[in-house]
Write a protein of this length. Structure first.
Length: 71
């Protein structure tokens, strides 16, 4: 995957995470159930953003492996 798709996915994940934070912090209205667990959506969006950040580092030329040296 190239640079542009990585940045687009990362920006989308950050946007979804910000929206989920907004929805999770709204006050609870009695009588209306929350159908989506927005805190879980926030966690998944954060994980995707971190994965894309690591991928961005690997595209930049940094070594992001498990510490093993290549022969």
């Amino acid at each position: 995957m190239g640079l542009i798709p990585t940045l687009l996915i990362m920006a989308g994940a950050i946007g979804v995470g910000a929206f989920a934070r907004y929805k999770a912090n709204r006050p609870y209205e009695p009588g209306t159930p929350r159908l989506i667990n927005w805190n879980l959506v926030m966690i998944f969006a954060g994980v995707i953003a971190i994965i894309m950040l690591v991928h961005l580092f690997s595209l930049s030329g940094f070594e992001v492996g498990q510490g093993r040296r290549r022969p």
